[in-house]
Design a protein around this ligand. Sequence first.
Ligand SMILES: O=c1[nH]c(=O)c2[nH]c(=O)[nH]c2[nH]1
Length: 280
Amino acid sequence: MELGDNRYGKAGIRLVRVDRDGPEHALTDLTVSTTLAGDLAATHLTGDNAGVLPTDTQKNTVYAFARDGVGEIEDFALRLARHFVDSTPTISRARVHIEQHNWDRLGAHSFVRGAGTRTATVSASEDGQWVVSGVSDLVVLNTTDSEFHGFHKDEYTTLAETDDRVLATAVTARWRHTGPTDWALSFTAARAALLGAFAATHSLSLQQTLYEMGRKVLETGETVAEVRLSLPNKHHFLVDLAPFGLDNPGEVFHAADRPYGLIEGAVVKPGAPDPGLAWW
Ligand SMILES: O=c1[nH]c(=O)c2[nH]c(=O)[nH]c2[nH]1
């Protein structure tokens, strides 16, 4: 028997920071997950924990580092990942994943939860560091300009072809950078590109929409080399109102939550450098 690939860390560290400088408070609401890997054979094979930085310590580090301010989540993740690799002799790789829950401002000290979650995943090793920015749970819907027909059919196919349907999805998109950039500006541009492409594409398949969304994100920034998208097809089925003597000209839908199609893919810039540990 041999020990295989292994990693460990603290998942789901909930951190809220209030910045009270100035007349308007600022709110940062994060869920942070840390993952470490390296020379951890001893704890697995004999229970010798001398090389194990406890997950509890990892959690404490996140809160302690937040005392100095969080800033952009990419920078916060870089600080943490670098620290774990540089300060723990057994640890050769660290990944810090951050979800930033979106709060829109209501007033000087009042907020309302907004749409979509900004994400950052930083991987660090002794050789370098890799930054992936992203967004999740960005729910979008087109009431028309979506078709799906001409698909392969076999003896189990019952799906009707359509030249007009509702298209809805909850976007998870992650894009890897080749170097540092203005993270906030870059995120705003990428999010706008995703939303703009979803709205503007006359879709013949969610796959086609996915490619357009990815392509538009790549156009937003020099540093963006690759985009990975995961798009659940949130099906909207036209309800048959004929039993009630009613027609239904595309007005009344059953929004089903499962099962759902899941369309996933990557769009890569030509000549993009090797991803290294970006997706580790
Ligand atoms: O855009 C779509 N892509 C598919 O692959 C698919 N499959 C399906 O049943 N409906 C759809 N819609």
